[in-house]
Design a binder for this molecule. Structure first.
Ligand SMILES: N[C@@H](CCC(=O)N[C@@H](CS)C(=O)NCC(=O)O)C(=O)O
Length: 222
C-alpha cells in the first residue's frame, strides 16, 4: 500500500503514527502529482493528502477513513488502536471529532491565519479573541479526557488529536499564550502519556522539523 503524505501534514502524521504502531506495510511517498492541480483532483477527488492507495488501485482519502480502514484490516488482526466495546469506540470517535471540529476549527485554524498575517487589521484584538477560544476549546478537551479516565488503551482518537495538539502548542505564542497546556492538567498528563510512545514522539518530531523548515523558508523569503 502507498500512503501519499507530506512531512508537515498533521493529518498524514496520524496515519504515519498508526503505521509505526501497527507495523503496517506502507510505503510513504509524496503526492504523485502536484497538489492543487486538476491532475491531482482527477485522481484524488477530495484534493488533499493523506491518500492511501491500495494494491487494487482503489484510493481512500480523509485521515479518519484511512485510519479506520487500516485498523480494521491490520495484517496482525484487528488493531488494538480500535477498542473492543461500542462505548469505547464512540469515545475514540469523539476524540477525533474534538480534534477536527472543535480544537482545529475554533482554535488552530484561527492561529494559523494569525501566524500567516491574514486579517491583521486589529492584531491585538484578534490575538485576544483567539486566546479566549483557545482556552474554551482546551477546556472541552480537559473535561473530555478527564471523563475517559486514565486506565485505558491508546486509540485512533488519541492519534488523531496528537498532531493537532502539537501544532496548537507551536502556534499558541502567536496569540500570546506561551504554554497552552499549563492550566489543563488532564491534557498535560495526556500529552506526556502519548509522547511516551516512540511511534508518536518520533512522528511528531518529523512534523515539528518540517514545520520549522517551512517557517524558516518564509523568513528567508521575507
Ligand atoms: N480532513 C482532511 C484534511 C486534510 C488536509 O487538510 N490536508 C492538507 C495538508 S495538511 C492538504 O492536503 N492541503 C492541500 C490543499 O488544501 O490544497 C483529513 O483529515 O485528511
Amino acid at each position: 500500500m502507498k500512503l501519499y503524505s507530506l512531512p508537515h501534514s498533521p493529518y498524514a502524521a496520524r496515519v504515519r503514527i498508526q503505521a509505526r504502531m501497527d507495523a503496517l506495510p506502507l510505503e510513504v511517498l509524496p503526492p504523485p502529482v502536484p497538489l492543487r492541480t486538476e491532475a491531482f483532483l482527477e485522481r484524488f477527488p477530495l484534493g488533499k493528502v493523506p491518500v492511501l492507495e491500495l494494491e487494487s488501485g482503489d484510493t481512500i482519502a480523509e485521515s479518519w477513513a484511512i485510519m479506520e480502514y487500516l485498523a480494521e484490516t491490520a495484517p496482525a488482526g484487528r488493531s488494538a488502536l480500535l477498542p473492543a466495546t461500542a462505548l469505547e469506540r464512540a469515545q475514540m470517535r469523539m476524540l477525533g471529532r474534538y480534534a477536527d471540529f472543535h480544537l482545529a476549527a475554533n482554535a488552530l485554524f484561527p492561529l494559523f491565519r494569525a501566524a500567516m498575517g491574514i486579517g491583521q487589521e486589529d492584531a491585538d484584538g484578534i490575538a485576544e479573541g483567539i486566546a479566549e477560544s483557545l482556552r474554551a476549546e482546551l477546556m472541552k478537551g480537559e473535561r473530555l479526557i478527564s471523563d475517559f479516565g486514565s486506565d485505558r488503551q491508546l486509540t485512533l482518537g488519541d492519534i488523531a488529536l496528537a498532531p493537532t495538539m502539537l501544532y496548537l502548542q507551536e502556534l499558541a505564542p502567536v496569540a500570546g499564550v506561551k504554554k497552552p497546556l499549563e492550566d489543563f492538567p488532564a491534557l498535560g498528563a495526556w500529552w506526556s502519556w502519548i509522547n511516551r510512545s516512540a511511534a508518536v514522539s518520533e512522528t511528531l518530531q518529523e512534523v515539528r522539523t518540517a514545520y520549522h523548515a517551512f517557517v524558516d523558508s518564509l523568513v528567508a523569503k521575507a
